[in-house]
Ligand binder design. Structure first.
Ligand code: GLU
Length: 296
């Protein structure tokens, strides 16, 4: 009998609230099909609520046609949610582009707590930080050039400079993933001071996701294993924010193994031939697509 990837027990006693968090920057592919199907199954098995969050944080890369396509493709696969941009719900809005005031509030609290600093370095970091970093394009390590700046208090708005979170060097960030077991990352070694806000006024992925998961009362985050290191970064943000805001509870995490292409590389949105839409147009059923994605 094959082991069901969704069967791991769940320690939390809170009513289950899970989320699907696609970014509308391209067509969803087999990797998304697998991760989102697992998220759906875990919500069902736990008699929980599943939320769809449209992660259209980056105005330059997000497209309305991809929002429509991702909702349709997820529905076609048989995935259902009861809160989302298409159906509303008590913790909306469910599109990141409409949640800026929440991100700003978190930025203010972190800055007041002395945990952020303005950074005047590199445009390359700026380009990458609104997307979830994947294994091949993780946020570059920051050498710490602006780390000792003391002028954070002089800013009432984040725009105009990059903002970084000062990580506690050498203090391991540990968590037990419900699928992959014990994880440990060392800030300062595995990752460095990461961006929380971009100079062009766009909040970074790491901050937005932490704010949304907390305010949408997510109890379990199901995502691809390429985001394990981001989870470690996000735990630092949750801990920093929960000292003043009790709704910042640490969720459970379930990271799914990645679907890889024939060369062993992680699938990306550029693999259009492996998009759910393309496979569907070629006559595959949802069952065929999930089987191709390695389900169960
Ligand atoms: N929106 C992110 C992505 O599509 C995933 C975010 C997450 O699961 O935290 O890669």
């Amino acid at each position: 009998m094959s082991h069901s990837p969704v069967a791991s027990p769940r320690p939390s006693r809170q009513p289950y609230r899970g989320r699907l968090a696609p970014s509308p920057t391209g067509l969803l592919h087999l990797g998304h099909a697998r991760t989102f199907w697992i998220a759906h199954q875990r919500a069902l098995e736990n008699h929980g609520t599943l939320i769809l969050r449209n992660e259209d944080l980056d105005p330059q890369r997000s497209r309305p046609e991809f929002v429509q396509a991702m909702l349709e493709d997820l529905h076609w696969l048989g995935i259902r949610w009861t809160e989302g941009p298409d159906c509303g719900g008590p913790f909306g809005p469910y599109s990141q582009s409409e949640r800026r005031t929440h991100y700003l509030q978190a930025w203010r609290r972190l800055r007041q707590g002395g945990l952020l600093y303005p950074c005047l370095c590199s445009r390359k970091d700026l380009a990458q930080s609104a997307s979830a970093p994947n294994e091949a394009d993780d946020e570059p390590r920051y050498p710490g050039t602006c780390r000792l700046r003391k002028d954070a208090a002089g800013f009432t708005e984040p725009a105009g400079v990059n903002w970084r979170f000062r990580v506690p060097d050498s203090v391991p960030v540990e968590f037990t993933d419900l699928n992959l077991g014990r994880q440990s990352y060392i800030p300062g070694k595995d990752f460095s001071d990461f961006l929380v806000w971009r100079r062009d006024g766009v909040p970074a992925y790491q901050l937005a996701v932490v704010v949304d998961d907390a305010l949408m009362r997510i109890t379990e985050v199901v995502r691809g294993a390429d985001l394990l290191k981001s989870t470690a970064r996000q735990l630092l943000l949750v801990r920093a924010l929960q000292s003043t805001q009790p709704e910042y509870a640490i969720p459970d995490y379930f990271h799914c193994e990645l679907v890889r292409d024939a060369d062993g590389s992680r699938l990306a949105k550029r693999h259009d031939a492996l998009s759910i839409r393309h496979l569907r147009d070629r006559g595959m059923t949802a069952e065929n697509v999930l089987a191709l994605a390695g389900w169960p």
